[in-house]
Design a protein around this ligand. Structure first.
Ligand SMILES: *[C@@H]1O[C@H](CO)[C@@H](O)[C@H](O)[C@H]1NC(C)=O
Ligand SMILES: *[C@@H]1O[C@H](CO)[C@@H](O)[C@H](O)[C@H]1NC(C)=O
Length: 484
């Protein structure tokens, strides 16, 4: 029996834009976080070969995204021009090279007169630019929000401005994933899914775990009128900002927590593990931001963990949600510190639970099945709370650094180091989960039973478990796709 609350939650389903794309959160690489404007044809081609050679394409990273700074003004004919120094063969040629490797090609513009780096923008030239993108065989458009000539401040104003490009893309008849870079402005989480496949929920991420910065003025989503989302938002800032509306993500349209910082160098290994895990659990797009030409083995072994990617690409497409938050913990020099517990359903009948320690000390985090399953029924009323659950650690089978080193150093064009690694091109995640592939399941490390559940978590890290009922699916309570 469903509780009334659970029925209400399940009925409140989200209808996403119906272009058939992003049925699971998109994955790929984008140059901005590590390279900014330093873009070129060679960069995209070198990166595409690394994606293939490192086995990253074959755990799901299939979009190669060119960010800002490719433009060279606009011609008298109204069409945007490409910088021929940076892209001597043109962008259609680049797209062809990527497609030949089984990859997809994406690029960037702004819904403004200029882009954020002050190149030519697409505002009031949407139709010409959409035609150009389609003629270059583009598969993905990241669409920014700079220099919009004041056309924002009320949801419908932003909606209408972005909808012009959505319609222009649709009119090209090419399948182009549409990704809004709207920084959470004008309640984009309430309208983004009607016209786009993902929408940014915050100011730009920067390479810090929880350091507050004056340039990121919006601290949480309780301030919907925050007008300066900013450019220096930490991992914890973004997580807390999206927490109240994680449920807006659904197959076809996702909350975008911004591109990954993993491997760029500002955070510890454990902080990067936490960053990556939370992005996967909240169903954000997973876009590698590091320069793959200089990727460390440690970063590779975070990015290529199939047990965690299987959470991101889970067929149910349900974000984990924050079920408890403890602010009464040791703080750091910025006055920051908290612990959080996140939980959510996983295909086929599993449950994800995350113990996140963002406090300034190693801590024991305590919870119970009542808390983990609070959204299945409050106050311990869900049948799930009476069962025993095996806990599978999703980081236990992380690739050894020595193996990752071998992968990175293998001669170009060989796939030596990754033999036996999970291959989602061969076996999509859904099929792997249905077959009970142990590489996706993680390693059984314990049991969660009624009563207190205590987990030790080091400072600035997390524990992430797939829970599986020892008795099998809970009777009378099956989450099906229709109910979502
Ligand atoms: C993954 O499988 C595909 C399809 O069989 C194959 O072409 C590719 O080389 C495999 N990738 C790796 C890294 O082994
Ligand atoms: C919050 O964490 C502190 C430090 O671990 C602990 O003493 C306290 O009991 C926790 N509070 C709750 C409500 O769990």
């Amino acid at each position: 029996m469903l509780s009334i609350l659970a029925q209400g939650l399940l009925a409140a389903s989200v209808v996403a834009v119906n272009n058939g794309l992003a049925r699971t959160p998109q994955m790929g690489w984008n140059n901005w976080n590590s390279l900014g404007c330093d873009v070129s044809e060679a960069l995209l081609l070198d990166t595409s070969r690394k994606l293939v050679d490192f086995g990253l394409r074959d755990v799901g990273y299939n979009y190669v995204l060119l960010d800002d700074c490719w433009q060279d003004g606009r011609g008298d004919d109204g069409y945007i021009r490409v910088d021929e120094q940076k892209f001597p063969h043109g962008l259609k040629w680049v797209a062809g090279q990527l497609h030949d490797q089984g990859l997809l090609y994406g690029m960037y513009s702004s819904s403004g007169e200029f882009t954020c780096a002050r190149y030519e923008g697409s505002l009031d030239h949407e139709e010409e630019d959409a035609k150009s993108f389609a003629s270059w065989d583009v598969d993905y458009l990241k669409y920014d929000n700079c220099y919009h000539r004041g056309r924002f401040g009320y949801p419908e104003v932003s909606f209408n401005r972005y909808n012009v490009m959505a319609k222009a893309l649709k009119a090209t008849k090419r399948d182009i994933l549409f990704s809004l870079c709207t920084w959470g402005e004008d309640y984009v989480h309430t309208w983004g899914m009607s016209i786009a496949n993902s929408w940014r929920v915050s100011g730009d991420i920067y390479d810090h775990f929880n350091r507050p910065d004056a340039l990121c003025s919006c601290t949480d989503a309780k301030d919907p009128f925050c007008v300066a989302p900013g450019t220096h938002c930490s991992v914890m800032n973004i997580i807390n900002r999206v927490a109240p509306y994680v449920d807006k993500g659904a197959p076809g349209g996702w909350n975008d927590l911004d591109m990954l910082e993993v491997g760029i160098g500002g955070m510890s290994d454990a902080e990067y593990v936490a960053h990556f895990s939370m992005w996967a659990a909240i169903k954000s797009p997973l876009l590698i931001g590091a320069d793959l030409r200089t990727l460390s083995p440690e970063a590779l072994s975070i990015l290529n963990n199939p047990a965690v990617i299987a959470v991101s690409q889970d067929p149910l497409g349900k974000s984990a949600a924050l079920v408890s938050r403890n602010l009464t913990v040791p703080k750091d020099q910025y006055g920051e510190g908290e612990t959080q517990i996140w939980s959510g359903p996983l295909y086929p009948n599993d449950q994800l639970v995350i113990f996140l320690n963002a406090a300034n000390e190693d801590l024991e985090i305590i919870t119970s099945l009542d808390e983990i399953f609070v959204r299945h029924g409050p106050g311990g009323s869900a049948p799930h709370t009476k069962e025993k659950w095996d806990l599978y650690d999703l980081w236990a089978k992380r690739m050894d650094t020595s193996v990752a080193k071998k992968v990175i150093n293998s001669p170009p064009g060989t796939l030596n180091g990754v033999k036996g690694w999970y291959n989602s091109t061969e076996t999509p995640y859904k099929a792997g989960l249905e077959a009970g592939d142990e590489r996706l399941l993680g390693t059984k490390v314990g049991v969660a039973a009624p009563g207190e559940i205590k987990v030790k978590v080091p400072r600035h890290s997390l524990k992430m478990y797939r829970m599986r009922s020892q008795k099998g699916p809970i009777k009378g309570y099956t989450i099906t796709r229709d109910e979502l």
